[in-house]
Design a protein around this ligand. Structure first.
Ligand code: APR
Length: 255
């Protein structure tokens, strides 16, 4: 084995790097924590409240029916914030990982679009995109990057009210996307779980499905989560630091 100043197989990071280099199929699941270092507040951490509203109280079909202007104001505020930020080293490391693994699927709960902006291609945005709108009348979906949005926004085609094309609490995920995610989870040899509190279903169950099908689990999060006890490797740190270190270690693994 070639000598390398960085490669030290006795550290958990190097051990994982080596396993990832040998893997054919890898899945990553990301949550709001991966965008935290870009300046996007997480939902359940500090800054998770907006005007004292919890996301669970705004991101629902009932809240939109009761007060669509309030819900749109929240999304407009988030769109304004996200439009100003850039992908961070964690996003970029995941985009790089796609080139080092034969089959890599990135499943994200994030609606901010930062993974694609960082260069990830095989991305399943299971909660939709904050940059798309859907008509509550005719169902038409369109990209809409206006910041700020006119409040309230209406459909150009039929005049009905638009809504964000995201999945709210109590709504089903897109079945085709869910099916693709299932398949990737079933086949994964290793699954990385980064920046998610692991409390919102169905994503919270994805790691356990993958584990049941034989995947080894990796968690990257500064704090423990309900998934931590099931993980084979746990890195208690920021994804913007751990993921680039992992990629650097992978690049030094003798192949
Ligand atoms: N690096 C990695 N993880 C981090 C970082 C960081 N720099 N900063 C915070 N975290 C972790 C937190 O410890 C927490 O476990 O990110 C997680 C963020 O959790 P949530 O805010 O609950 O976000 P997420 O799990 O993505 O929420 C799931 O809930 O509100 C809905 O639809 C919304 O997609 C969202 C879903």
């Amino acid at each position: 084995m070639a000598e390398s100043p960085i490669y030290n197989p006795s550290t958990p990071l190097a051990d994982l790097a080596q396993s990832l280099r040998q893997a054919q199929r890898v899945v990553a699941l990301t949550g709001a924590g991966v965008s935290a270092e870009s300046g996007v507040p997480t939902f359940r951490g500090p800054g998770g409240l907006w005007r004292n509203h919890r996301p669970e109280d705004l991101a629902t079909p009932q809240a939109f029916k009761r007060d669509p202007r309030l819900v749109w104001e929240w999304y407009d505020w988030r769109r304004g914030l996200i439009a100003k930020v850039s992908p961070n080293p964690g996003h970029r490391a995941l985009a790089d990982l796609e080139h080092l693994v034969p089959e890599f699927t990135l499943i994200t709960q994030n609606v901010d679009g930062l993974h694609r902006l960082a260069g990830s291609r095989n991305v399943l945005e299971i909660h939709g995109s904050i940059w798309e709108v859907r008509c509550t009348g005719c169902g038409r979906v369109a990209e809409d990057r206006r910041v700020p949005l006119p409040l309230m926004p209406y459909c150009e085609a039929c005049g009905a009210l638009l809504r964000p094309n995201v999945v709210w609490f109590g709504e089903a995920l897109d079945p085709a996307r869910l099916q693709t995610a299932h398949e990737a989870l079933r086949l994964a040899e290793i699954m990385l779980v980064a920046g998610t509190s692991g409390v919102v279903q169905p994503a919270a169950s994805f790691a356990l499905w993958a584990k049941e099908s034989g995947a080894r689990l990796v968690e990257i999060n500064p704090d423990p989560t309900p998934l931590t006890p099931y993980c084979d490797w746990v890195f208690q740190g920021k994804s913007g630091e751990v993921l680039p270190a992992l990629l650097a270690a992978m690049k030094t693994v003798p192949v």
